[in-house]
Design a binder for this molecule. Structure first.
Ligand SMILES: O=c1[nH]cnc2c1ncn2[C@@H]1O[C@H](CO)[C@@H](O)[C@H]1O
Length: 464
């Protein structure tokens, strides 16, 4: 049932643009050449299927004895994911391993079944609870709860708290993952899979390499004993996991390395790592952590950002989440941030806000996060993003830390639709803005934009 639903939705929503532009450009073929999994055959099959009715397409697959060639299966998997049918693992059509489907979410949650771009999501705030439990078991680490459900209850924030309380949640599980090569690679890989399930086609994952290391980091975090995993190797492992995820799930994933507000002594390492891995998936530097501790960036953070700007490393800064507008001003004027993480409190300084609007500054908005960290009024109908929308500001919608908020991107979109009056048209506009403001090199950015325009039906077909 799942397959036939997925096929039909796939045919209805995704293949039409593919068919229209087939003579000059075939996105399916591009996908295949990127993954180099299967030859043109799968592409031809897929195009034939696209031309056929849902029934015929299903028959086409059945004719293969319940099997599809891997390339075609992969396309179906991805199309199904985009259409909100969750994970249909590559493999035989019959007996497909199923992890979770969007169909299992309460009805009405998937409000925007289209390709999306996510720019503000923390890798270490997006780990699967089951992975934490599995890794703890393998490493012989005792957890306060034995089951994934029990751990989930400890980790998730149910009621609005403070940013400081929220940040404390990381210490419930980070010691399990930190210092373990296999776990770090695994969380990066699964991160990509989870974003793909939500229809994200391009994501920037952010994290602090120091928080996952156990040597060459001072102090060694999470009460770990000294080991042999340095921040540098952490970045290498995350890059590997993301790359493997990209190949398996056909989406693009890049990373942003975070300086931490309370750890200025790590910041120069961060910018050096950004420079070193600039051509291996690291696209930017960030400054995360507790903005309520001090409202002025430490000189070491400033030096790191100066070096980033000098070397062409892109810059974003968590600012105006809970901190005053002066933090946003400093982020933009001193740290030369090209995007602002959250930025809600910018609205308290109208002249700054107008200036940033005129500059087309991008705000990385995270609705559910902003409620649970106490950054914004818990009443979503009063959320600052409503003003951003009315002013046609440049912003994106993001999850931030879906593990801790027990959320998903679909849920954030659903909140925007239900409580803030967001329309499909605005969802398209904000995703296009996100793509415009992403940290990919120009050529790849244009490709991403073209994919969105096509999927949103905003490009005219090439005449045959
Ligand atoms: O919403 C947030 N605001 C500020 N810092 C955050 C937020 N979410 C996560 N982190 C911090 O960023 C680190 C690197 O990913 C996380 O470990 C957490 O400490």
């Amino acid at each position: 049932e799942l397959i036939s639903k997925a096929l039909i939705t796939w045919l209805q929503s995704c293949c039409r643009p593919a068919r229209l532009i087939l003579p000059t450009y075939c996105p399916l073929e591009r996908t295949l050449s990127r993954t180099a999994l299967c030859s043109r055959t799968a592409c031809t099959h897929a195009d034939r299927a696209a031309a056929a009715s849902g029934h015929r397409a299903a028959r086409l697959l059945q004719l293969g004895g319940g099997k599809a060639c891997p390339g075609l299966m992969r396309i179906i998997t991805r199309r199904a994911a985009l259409a909100g049918f969750g994970s249909l693992r590559t493999g035989r059509i019959t007996g497909i391993h199923r992890t979770r489907t969007m169909a299992e979410l309460p009805p009405g949650r998937v409000v925007f079944n289209q390709p999306k771009v996510e720019l503000h999501v923390h890798l270490d705030g997006s780990i699967r609870v089951q992975t934490i439990v599995d890794v703890a078991k393998r490493r012989g680490i005792r957890l306060p709860a034995k089951t994934a459900e029990g751990m989930k209850q400890l980790i998730i924030l149910k009621q609005p708290a403070t940013l400081t309380e929220f940040l404390g949640k990381f210490s419930e599980y980070m010691h399990v993952i930190a210092g373990d090569r296999e776990a770090i690679k695994r969380i990066a890989y699964e991160f990509v899979e989870d974003r793909a399930k939500e229809g994200v086609i391009y994501v920037e994952a952010r994290y602090s390499p120091h928080f996952l290391a156990n040597t060459k980091v001072d102090p060694i975090p999470w009460n770990q004993k000294e080991g042999d995993l340095s921040p540098d190797e952490v970045v290498h492992l995350v890059n590997q996991g993301l790359r493997e995820g990209e190949r398996a799930f056909n989406i693009k994933a890049r990373s942003i390395l975070c300086c931490m507000r309370h750890m200025p002594n790590w910041s120069m390492d961060i910018v050096e790592l950004c420079k070193k891995y600039q051509h291996e998936g690291v696209v930017a530097i960030d400054l995360a952590g507790d903005e309520s501790l001090s409202s002025e960036a430490n000189p070491d953070h400033r030096r790191a950002y100066e070096e980033a700007a000098r070397c062409g490393v892109h810059r974003t800064v968590h600012a105006g989440e809970v901190g005053p507008p002066s933090v946003v001003k400093e982020a933009v004027e001193v740290l030369k941030a090209e995007r602002v993480g959250h930025g809600y409190r910018t609205l308290e300084d109208q002249s700054l806000y107008r200036k940033l609007l005129a500059q087309n500054m991008h705000f990385e908005v995270c609705p559910i996060s902003s409620k649970l960290t106490g950054a914004c009024d818990p009443d979503f109908t009063k959320h600052p993003v409503i003003t951003f929308r009315k002013d046609k500001a440049n912003y994106s919608l993001n999850t931030d830390d879906p593990l801790i908020f027990n959320s998903s991107l679909h849920l954030d979109y659903s909140v925007a639709s239900k409580y803030m009056g967001f329309t499909e048209q605005e969802f398209k506009r904000l995703n296009i803005n996100a793509a415009e403001s992403c940290f990919l090199p120009e050529k790849e950015k244009q490709e991403l934009l073209i994919s969105l325009y096509k999927a949103y039906g905003m490009l005219k077909s090439t005449p045959f």
